[in-house]
Each structure stands twice: as structure tokens, then as C-alpha cells.
Design a protein around this ligand. Structure first.
Ligand SMILES: C[S@@+](CC[C@H](N)C(=O)[O-])C[C@H]1O[C@@H](n2cnc3c(N)ncnc32)[C@H](O)[C@@H]1O
Length: 416
């Protein structure tokens, strides 16, 4: 997702039916956690940002609402809107993993949160073209929370559906323990999980709740809603990360649950997670004292989650140290941690660029994915493995971080 500073005008509170539902929930049972608010705003079954179908613009007070959330005509774009090279590079990397697994009869790629299905489309096309034998053994499974997005994936992947190459599951819970041989892949999934927000007030961690003030949403602080938040703060303290007075931080408990689930289903293979994010030391450092919560609407960003509720995306940066630590406790070892630029360079993107005329559209698109002041460094890639010896992966040849950047925290944290 890209950033431009948003200048507020007359901004609607949000989708009227969604706002009414959240307000009535608050009136019935009191202020709700920010995580519950974000859950409703993004994934309410009928009116959530990702789940709602397109509606007439006068109904929701917007000047232009297209069917697309993601893409150039949507609210934000992702790497797969820019150029297929990342999908093609992932295909190359994953074929190497297949070799390391001894080319099993069926190699499964599960993609979670596939959005429009562009990664799947370009990944499958690259495999079919470059490695028909791998392609013959490949099964591509999508897990997507939004029915609206599934409908779009079915359109994007119609050819592969007809060929029996892709299928869908309703959730990772449908997989039995140790059933996956292959790869679990995601791009910008974890940053879309609802987060709790914690603020340090008079030296104590308090949670941010969302309350109702005459039909508008306002924030209140209150006690931590779950001991899991205190455990997360204790994990940080064990790494000598203490949040100072006034600091506001997001804590992504769903990411921890997800990581454990991923470890549970993995038998032999890797987990490859691409997202905005940082090590815990960077994420909870002094530069981010207001947290990283950001909203996206028509390619603009805003820090206000209480307007355009259900009409704008909301995200928070990912704590890769926590993912690595929770994964490690559940049997997933860290293979490596890199950024998108280093990953693409390690897998030969320069040769692709050499083929192209500098200044052409395609050349510029690939450069955009590599930019050190943009997508190249903002996006990190965490690779974890289970059931195999530590794989030597080409995508991890260039190392932008010290090898131990995630490991010490993984070994120091208290078990929760
Ligand atoms: C930011 S979009 C990223 C889309 C796509 N991966 C891309 O890079 O273009 C996040 C996607 O994850 C989906 N999602 C969020 N939580 C999910 C979950 N628990 N299981 C499956 N999909 C989920 C959303 O519906 C949305 O399609």
C-alpha cells in the first residue's frame, strides 16, 4: 500500500448500516476494544470493508465507490498490481523448496488472504511455463475470508479453476494436524488482522476502547481486556523493550493465533510471509510512539479510523519478532528474514532488468518493487521451515539484517 498524506474535508462517519450496528452494540454492552471495532469495520458479514458488495454511492455518501478495494482504481495497490515479477520470483523460490523436499507426488501451495488472486494467477502461469513437471504435481489452495474477494478470485482464476488446479478452503481450521507438505504463503495478510491498542497511562498499560458520543466514535482507555496482552508486553519487557509514558502500540493477538495454526498444519515445508513490518525493537521504538495504524481510501492515507468506517481499509505493521518467537515455540524454525528488494535481487531480478530498456514502463514497474525508499525495503519477508533440515534458499542470499536479528528474542522470551 502506498502513502499520501490525507487532508480531511467533510468526511462521513462510515457506512450507515455498519455505523448503526456498532453504535447499538456499544449502547447495549458498553465500549468495545479497538480490535472488536476493527473486526466489525473490515469484516462485518454484510457491511464490512472487505465483505460488503458494492452499493449505490448516494446510499453511503461517497463520490465514487468502485467494485475494487485493491488496485489502481481501488483504495490501495499491492506488489502484485505493480508487476508479475514478484509472483514469478516466488515460483522460482518455491520450486527450489520442492527440490529440497524431494519432489513429493503432490506439492501444495496454500495462499492465505489472496485478495484479487493476482499472485496465484501469475505464480501458476510461471510454473506452467518454466517447469511443467512441477506444475503437474502442484495444487494451489486459497483461503480467503471475504466472499466478495472469493468471487473476484474465481473470475481471475477461471482458467485454473476449469483445469482443476485451484481450490478453496473456508479456513485453516479445516486442515488436520500435519497435513501440509509444501508452502504456506501470504502477502499483506497479517497487517489486515484486527489489532488491540495499548497506551501507557501514568506508567500503567491501558487498552484503547471505542465508545459512543451521540452517534460518533470516541476513544477511551480502560483495563486490558485479556491477559494475552499483558503476556505480549512481558515478552517485550524480556527483550528490554519498555514503552514510555503516552506510547500507543498495536498488539496483533490474531497473528499469534494464526502462527500457531500454521505450525499445527505444517508437516514438511516452509511458511513465507510478506508484509509491512519490523523487528520488535524497531516496531516499538521511539519513532513509532503513536503506533502504526493507518487507513487507506482512494490511494490516500489517514490516521483516523473513526471516519469512513467500513469504507476504508485499516492496517497495522507486523511484529516479525513475535511471529518468529511464537512460530519457534510451535516448531517452526526461522530460515531467514529479508526484505523484498534483497529477495528479488537474490533471485536474479537484475537479469530481468538487463533485458529491458531503462525508462520503459515495465522497467519502471520492476524498479518500483525494488525501491529502497519504498516497497523494496518496507516489505519484509519471513521464511520459516518445519519437518526439513534448514533449507539453503536462493532468496535469502543477500542478507539485509544480521542473522540473529529475530533469533535472540525467540530464545529469550518467556513461554506464554
Ligand atoms: C491487504 S489484502 C491483501 C490481498 C493480496 N494478498 C494482495 O497482496 O494483493 C488482505 C486480504 O486478506 C484477507 N483476509 C483477512 N483476514 C483473513 C483471514 N483470517 N483468512 C483469510 N483471508 C483473510 C482479506 O479479506 C483480504 O482479501
Amino acid at each position: 500500500m502506498t502513502t499520501t498524506v490525507h487532508k480531511a474535508g467533510a468526511i462521513p462517519i462510515g457506512h450507515p448500516d455498519l455505523v448503526a450496528e456498532i453504535i447499538s452494540e456499544i449502547r447495549a454492552s458498553g465500549p468495545i476494544t479497538f480490535a472488536r471495532f476493527m473486526e466489525r469495520a473490515l469484516y462485518h458479514p454484510k457491511f464490512g470493508y472487505y465483505t460488503r458488495a458494492t452499493e449505490p454511492e448516494e446510499r453511503i455518501g461517497q463520490s465514487r465507490i468502485g467494485p475494487n478495494r485493491i488496485g489502481w482504481d481501488g483504495d490501495y495497490y499491492t506488489s502484485f498490481d505493480v508487476h508479475p515479477i514478484l509472483a514469478q520470483t516466488l515460483a522460482r523460490q518455491i520450486r527450489q523448496v520442492d527440490g529440497g523436499l524431494g519432489s513429493p507426488d503432490t506439492f501444495t501451495v496454500i495462499e492465505m488472504g489472496p485478495g484479487k488472486g493476482l499472485l496465484a494467477r501469475d505464480f501458476l502461469a510461471a510454473c506452467e511455463k518454466d517447469s511443467p513437471t512441477f506444475f503437474a504435481r502442484l495444487q494451489y489452495v486459497l483461503i480467503e475470508r471475504s466472499p466478495m474477494m472469493i468471487a473476484e478470485q474465481r473470475r481471475t482464476l477461471a482458467l485454473w479453476v476449469a483445469a482443476g488446479k485451484v481450490s478453496w478452503l473456508n479456513g485453516i481450521h479445516e486442515l488436520v494436524d500435519g497435513s501440509l507438505t509444501g508452502v504456506l504463503l501470504s502477502n499483506e495478510l497479517v497487517d489486515a488482522f484486527p489489532v488491540h491498542r495499548v497506551k501507557i497511562v501514568q506508567g500503567e498499560p491501558k487498552e484503547l476502547y471505542v465508545a459512543d458520543a451521540d452517534g460518533r466514535f470516541v476513544e477511551q482507555t480502560g483495563p486490558l481486556s485479556t491477559p494475552a496482552l499483558a503476556r505480549s508486553l512481558a515478552r517485550l519487557a524480556a527483550m528490554d523493550i519498555t514503552l514510555p509514558e503516552g506510547y500507543t502500540a498495536e498488539i496483533n493477538l490474531e497473528a499469534m493465533t494464526w502462527m500457531k495454526e500454521v505450525a499445527r498444519v505444517m508437516r514438511r515445508g516452509i511458511v513465507l510471509t510478506i508484509d509491512y513490518g519490523h523487528t520488535a525493537q524497531d516496531l516499538y521504538g521511539p519513532d513509532r510512539a503513536r503506533g502504526t495504524l493507518l487507513c487507506y481510501w482512494k490511494q490516500l492515507t489517514s490516521e483516523d479510523p473513526y471516519t469512513r468506517v467500513g469504507l476504508q481499509d485499516m492496517t497495522a505493521h507486523v511484529d516479525f519478532t513475535a511471529l518468529a518467537a511464537v512460530g519457534d515455540e510451535a516448531g517452526l524454525r526461522v530460515t531467514g528474514f529479508t526484505n523484498q528488494m534483497s529477495f528479488l535481487m537474490s533471485l536474479g531480478v537484475e537479469q530481468e532488468l538487463d533485458r529491458l530498456e531503462p525508462g520503459t514502463k515495465e522497467f519502471q514497474e520492476i524498479v518500483q518493487l525494488l525501491r529502497p525508499d519504498g516497497m523494496g525495503r518496507t516489505f519484509k519477508i519471513l521464511i520459516q521451515h518445519k519437518g526439513i533440515a534448514e533449507p539453503a534458499l536462493d532468496g535469502l542470499k543477500f542478507k539485509p539484517f544480521f542473522g540473529s536479528v529475530l533469533a535472540p528474542s525467540a530464545s529469550k522470551v518467556a513461554k506464554s
